[in-house]
Design a protein around this ligand. Sequence first.
Ligand SMILES: Nc1ncnc2c1ncn2[C@@H]1O[C@H](COP(=O)(O)OP(=O)(O)OP(=O)(O)O)[C@@H](O)[C@H]1O
Ligand SMILES: [Mg+2]
Length: 452
Amino acid sequence: MTKPVIICVDDELFVLAGLEKQLKYQFGKQYKIETTSSGNEALEIFKHYQKSQIEIPLMIADQVMPGMQGDELLIEIHTMAPDTLTILLTGLASAEAVGNAVNFANLYRFIAKPWYREDLLLTVKEALTHYFQKKTIKSQELELRRMNELLEEKVRKRTAEVLRQKTELQDTLENLKQTQSKPLESEKMASLGLLTAGIAHEINNPVNYIYAGIDSLKEDLRDVFEVIKGYEQITAQNVNEALENIRSLKEEVAFDELITEVHELTSSIKRGAERTAEIVKGLRTFSHLDKDILETADIYENLETTLIMLRSQYKNRIQIVKSYADLPLIECYPHKLNQVFMNILVNAIQAITDKGVIHITTSLLSDKTPQTVSIEIRDTGHGISDKIRSKIFDPFFTTKDVGQGTGLGLSISFSIIEKHRGSIAVTTRQGEGTAFTIYLPLHTKELKNAKH
Ligand SMILES: Nc1ncnc2c1ncn2[C@@H]1O[C@H](COP(=O)(O)OP(=O)(O)OP(=O)(O)O)[C@@H](O)[C@H]1O
Ligand SMILES: [Mg+2]
């Protein structure tokens, strides 16, 4: 490594030689000692080292020299390298020159000629220490500033990141809020689509019944009217003959059976009309999914209505085994409960690929506080694997094909049951089936009030 340089200037050569000797003896190992007899040359030497990026911690200059004076030289040096320290050697202590050098040349000390060797060496040693300490402090300051900037940059980045995350979270929250109301909507639409198909089918049956019944009834009534017409034609003169005609007409149309058939037909038409009315009533229940009114309802009716709606999906394929307990009316949002039953039943129906059974069991758990009813819907479908079991209540989680499932059924059901202060439990075994059990307190409202 190149040694740092101390430059000495004095026009008196023997003085210069002495200076060089003393400095070399003391500092020669670590420093290169350059000497010159003129200010201008000293400047050149200085520039040369500076250009080569060699450190020049100290310049020692005589004050009185031909040409450039010591203080002038040192001022010049200071403007070029503010860190380089300077020492002025002066025989004729010129107060003005020393003042100049102090004020404008970073003068470290001035030393009167002739100097004491020890004094000179000590001063130079101190100057060098001072120079390097200052340098270290400066580089530490630089490092500190760099670290500060780095830190600030990091803080800036972090803040930006936190802000970005915050906006992202806000967006997600906003989306969630929107999807929370949207799913109910789209779910409703999906179930409505499903329902319309089911309902059309369901209504078709009793309506066909009514149609066919009315046609037969019309024919039967025509015969009855014929007989009545016969009676209307009876006069005092033809009574015997007319009665004979009527009797044979009655025989011809099998009048007694005809009357029985008319009765049967009217009651069958009535049954058809009643069934249609029932379905329409069910439909009405489902068209109020948005309603948020707490009512007392009979769970049995809710389950039955839902089953009617889904009949076309399970008929002739899945046996529904019902085991209904004698339940009291429960406080609930009936339309929303319908949606829950619908979602779980549809899942059960979809889980059974061919033939199977769905057991619906309701019970009153009177030993529980608050009093609770349970509704278990158990299917013999394909079951749920351990791997996905924890995810089935997550919104948008579905194993069904695109277009088949939105993955919202269970998450919506979960939030509806939560709203009732109830819970849903699931037990399942792959390949054997799944059971969803809904627990509902009898009185949601009381619980709600008790909470506040
Ligand atoms: N009875 C069940 N048997 C087997 N797997 C089920 C059953 N119920 C739910 N799952 C599983 O849970 C997943 C989520 O059900 P969820 O009802 O939330 O959505 P989905 O039925 O896929 O779609 P969507 O109900 O929105 O039409 C289903 O995709 C299915 O894998
Ligand atoms: Mg579903």
